[in-house]
Design a protein around this ligand. Structure first.
Ligand SMILES: [Zn+2]
Length: 75
């Protein structure tokens, strides 16, 4: 009998986050789910920032060959 059962921890910072505030991210490539995370609002914002950074084209680095279509689904 703990309150923890009602609020699972954030997958990133491990702080309890209520369902009302939690964001679930599902990252899919070619329609197969490759990542799913339940995040608190702060970690969600960080995750989106990181994701958008990684999506930026890199001028000097090796070319990333992306042969799949990826998308984020946020519940
Ligand atoms: Zn968090």
């Amino acid at each position: 009998m703990t309150d923890a059962e009602e609020s699972d921890p954030c997958d990133d910072c491990r702080n309890p986050v209520s369902d009302a505030l939690a964001r679930t991210i599902r990252l899919t490539v070619d329609r197969s789910q490759i990542d799913s995370q339940r995040l608190c609002p702060e970690c969600f914002a960080d995750w989106i920032d990181r994701y958008e950074d990684e999506m930026q084209p890199v001028d000097d680095g090796p070319e990333v060959i992306d042969d799949g279509e990826s998308e984020i689904i946020v519940d």
